[in-house]
Design a protein around this ligand. Structure first.
Ligand code: GRF
Length: 191
């Protein structure tokens, strides 16, 4: 039976689209049941245009962060997901959300964790002058980018790289890495 995926996004959604393509091609044994965004964004529009089920859940519509986190948890749980994928979701998930999906909740991060956690990973790698950075798919736990690593791939930093050029090259890798990690997880090829 096909697995059920929910994808959380905040931005361009290119990784969500790569995952949707991989699902459609049968490379990932599942289907995206819903794309959830915390703000209006290009990724949400692209998901709609593609005919995917979408949900916009903005924190501003709730009394506080706790109420929003509970609403997010309930909205995602409704889809009975086998895997919840944070792909460019620019908010830290509250314990009430993480606890609900622990072990089937993963994140895509644009650096070789544990190096360069946080929201400015590409900039931080450039500032540090490293020659190699990359991308990581990892389980989400209660820390910021601290959970167990599932898959990683290295990307070279080239002379003259800017945040934009380096991030673009990292994303090219991520468009393969995220589906590969989802495939491995959903096919029980990980222990
Ligand atoms: C990716 O680089 C991911 O690693 C980071 O945010 C970016 C999302 O890009 N967390 P996109 O919205 O999928 O294009």
């Amino acid at each position: 039976m096909a697995s059920r995926l929910v994808v959380l996004i905040s931005g361009s959604g290119s990784n969500m689209l790569a995952l949707a393509d991989a699902c459609e091609r049968g490379e990932v044994p599942g289907a995206i049941m819903c794309v959830v965004a915390d703000r209006p964004c290009d990724g949400l529009r692209a998901a709609e245009e593609r005919g995917l089920n979408t949900l916009l859940l903005e924190p501003a519509g709730f009394a506080d962060r706790a109420a929003w986190s509970e609403a997010l948890r309930d909205a995602v749980a409704e889809h009975r997901p086998d895997l919840v994928v944070s792909a460019g979701f620019m908010r830290i998930l509250a314990p009430v959300f993480v606890d609900a999906f622990m072990g089937r909740l993963i994140n895509l991060h644009p650096a070789l964790l544990p190096a360069f956690p946080g929201a400015h990973a590409v900039q931080d790698a450039l500032d540090a002058g490293v020659e190699v950075t990359g991308s990581t798919v990892h389980f989400i736990d209660h820390g910021v980018d601290t959970g167990p690593v599932i898959m990683q791939e290295a990307v070279s930093v080239e002379p003259g790289d800017t945040v934009a050029s380096l991030h673009e090259r990292i994303k090219t890798v991520e468009h393969r890495l995220l589906p590969a990690a989802c495939r491995a997880l959903l096919s029980n090829h990980l222990s």
